[in-house]
Design a protein around this ligand. Structure first.
Ligand SMILES: Cc1cc2nc3c(=O)[nH]c(=O)nc-3n(C[C@H](O)[C@H](O)[C@H](O)COP(=O)(O)O)c2cc1C
Length: 211
């Protein structure tokens, strides 16, 4: 099978153009320059993203989500990507409400097609104002989303990038992240792991047992 570029989407869960956007874009940049990935970027910033209201329209109709907001243009991009890089600021030790709303609304995709996300590869980064402000629980919550939705979650390996990229902004936004050499090294290792597995999945596509 001819190898085509891995399509990687980065999703930034910060309502600001701050450290999380900087980190997600840096991850995409590495994937593009080192691995030739075709990248896409989405930020929750200034977007109209409604909460899931558990109306079950998506389950009953299997035609996507009832809300006609800014996620409608994101849904096809999420499905087209081979790999995702989710990035969240740490809010109260966890995922930002904005990003959580995006993830909750993915229920509509899986309700229409239970295999929509199967075997996509996913990694995560979290940016906190404190060095140990809850980055790891935030990353784990993003990995839970991946597991529940049949992605293959990938981190960057022990001795530095254990669960993914824990990044420290010192509450200084992009400038803070730019100065976090350890966080950026963890991000690079995480993206390397993500691309390694995405390429393996691509190479093995079609060979998996059905059902
Ligand atoms: C509502 C709110 C809650 C926050 N909670 C935490 C926290 O629990 N731990 C932490 O390290 N930083 C916390 N922060 C700081 C942000 O995580 C930090 O400034 C981060 O860089 C924000 O990402 P951004 O620069 O992409 O906007 C919080 C910020 C806000 C606005």
């Amino acid at each position: 099978m001819t190898e085509t570029a891995i399509r990687l989407i980065g999703i930034c869960g910060s309502p600001r153009k701050g450290g999380t956007e900087y980190a997600v874009r840096a991850g995409l940049e590495r994937a593009a320059t080192k691995y030739g990935a075709e990248t896409d970027f989405f930020s929750v910033r200034r977007k109209d993203i409604k909460f899931c209201i558990h109306c079950d329209y998506c389950i009953r109709k299997q035609r996507g989500c009832i809300h006609k907001d800014d996620l409608q243009e994101l849904y096809p991009r999420l499905e087209a990507a081979d790999a995702w890089l989710l990035g969240s600021p740490v809010y109260q030790g966890g995922v930002s409400a904005q990003l959580k709303a995006v993830l909750d609304r993915c229920r509509a995709v899986v309700a229409r097609d239970p295999k929509a996300f199967r075997n996509k590869v996913g990694s995560a980064l979290a940016v906190g104002g404190d060095r140990a402000g809850g980055q790891e629980p935030t990353i784990q919550a993003l990995h839970d989303f991946y597991l529940i939705n049949e992605f293959l979650p990938v981190a960057g390996g022990s001795f530095g990038a254990n669960l993914g990229a824990s990044v420290w902004s010192r509450d200084k936004g992009a400038a803070g992240v730019e100065g976090d050499a350890e966080g950026l090294a963890a991000l690079h290792r995480t993206v390397d792991g993500l691309m390694r597995v995405a390429l393996m999945v691509q190479a093995g596509a079609g060979s998996e047992a059905t059902e």
